[in-house]
Write a protein that binds this ligand. Structure first.
Ligand SMILES: [Zn+2]
Length: 131
């Protein structure tokens, strides 16, 4: 999966802005490239969990379609824990094709990791950051 550097930068910035709460949003692109991110409200307003506000999710799908793109995944932040899916993240994932990007602010240098989740398992995805 290729992700534009500007997308990662925007996600990290949002994560820092919304800390100590988890931030979230959608990833928009094509089958193998994330071209842009779209911030969403965390309907849980929680420091340890997130839920993309369903209205924001709907708007993202509509806008992506209008550009000939699609919502290929979602991202969220872990303000204090590693860039590994939590049990809740894995349990609530319901689309095996969806890419889940997690940004951790637990260390000084933000960590970014991507996963697919299916059947109670998370599989790490190689992430190529492109300019
Ligand atoms: Zn999480």
């Amino acid at each position: 999966m290729r992700v534009r550097r500007a997308v990662i930068d925007a996600i990290v910035e949002q994560a820092r802005r919304e800390r100590p709460l988890e931030c979230c949003g959608l990833l928009i692109g094509t089958g193998d490239e994330v071209i842009q991110s779209r911030a969403a409200r965390n309907a849980r307003a929680s420091a340890v969990a997130y839920l993309v506000d369903p209205r924001d999710h709907f708007d993202a799908i509509r806008d992506a379609r209008a550009k000939g793109l699609s919502v290929v995944g979602a991202y969220h932040s872990h303000p204090r824990s590693p860039a590994q899916p939590s049990e809740t993240d894995i349990r609530e994932a319901n689309d095996p094709d969806f890419i889940h990007v997690i940004v951790s602010l637990a260390n000084e240098e933000p960590q970014v990791a991507a996963f697919r989740m299916n059947d109670g398992q998370a599989i790490g995805l190689p992430l190529a950051i492109v300019d």
